[in-house]
Design a protein around this ligand. Sequence first.
Ligand code: GLY
Length: 420
Amino acid sequence: MNILILGSGGREHALAWAVKQNPKTDRLIVAPGNAGTAMLAENADIDILDGAAVVTFCEENAIDFVIVGPEAPLAAGVADACRAAGLLAFGPSAAAARLEASKAFTKEICDACGAPTAAYARFTEPVAARDYIRAQGAPIVVKADGLAAGKGVIVAMTEAEALAAIDDMFGGEFGAAGAEVVIEDFMDGEEASFFILTDGTNALPIGTAQDHKRVGDGDTGPNTGGMGAYSPAPVLTDSLQQQAMDRIVLPTIREMARRGTPYQGVLYAGLMIRDGQARLVEYNCRFGDPEAQVLMMRLGAQALDLMLATAEGRLNEAQVNWADDHALTVVMAAKGYPGAYAKGSQIRGLEELPEDSRHMVFHAGTASRDAGIIASGGRVLNVTARGKTLREARDAAYAMVDRIDWPGGFCRRDIGWRAL
Ligand code: GLY
């Protein structure tokens, strides 16, 4: 079959890598893609937020299956446009993607289905929001309601930080995403990511991971999109996964179906674990990035079968065959990220690295020039390895990192520290 993957990050390179290994795949196109996807698929330059343009491209290229990677096209209704045109698509409708696109909506769903999460209040003007913060005190969490490219959640350790977040959000720093604000109780504990495929009725857990959101070693410095990840996440034991399914995920899936907006795709539940209890931090309506890199490394070719079963509504027939191993990815970013960074620096040594079912460098912000691969974004490479143990996976990933010659880049040196 001919398959189109939408997106250009490390997540989409990892999805393409897994899909490409499946014998069902004939032609594979990634739009817009990056220098890494161009090595195993065709890149196509289309506006992935424009549902009509995606449908036209699919019709012109006889695409059989569309996999939507990032949240923005899902929230913009690109999966709806594909399905309305009779195309098979993996990813929720815009109505269901509100589980990520509106923090207030997620809270409403949790209230309706009884899923445990932090107590909260929502505000559309700053005076009442500030009064609430002063009454509650810190630490406290301030969230822009809408999509803010991962920057709309402020975990404020002081009242002053929380009040500054309110000023930023209502001051327009996050555009329309900050027109409504959700203020939540701070939840203490260990955070982990749980990934579940659902066709709207059936649900299949496909793995756990932990990422490292802060830029610096020891979880210091500003938040990023993620500086590394590993799978599985030992904190999410089998019994905690079952608890999360029973109390959070399945009630959410049933509530979405009851409202006439069934959720189809991958549901990424960010969970806070404490004292043997899982509570929902947030939902995302897509695979995590860089969590997808470690999940795809462990799933391999079956990822396509699972996504097809999801899109075709037959997840009840599907099962996951897990390799009993570990995967770890180290993100290499351009110096300065998540602040200002330079583009165009040259990356050498990639061609000498192993590329097989246990070692991969997934590209994110890269471009191909005559002189070779250059950095074209903030997060640039995801150096990924599998091992029988997490330590083995970590050592293999860092051994690859150390062979990459990129003076313009940096990475954290402690990915996996919590589990190790
Ligand atoms: N790594 C966090 C995310 O994908 O949202």
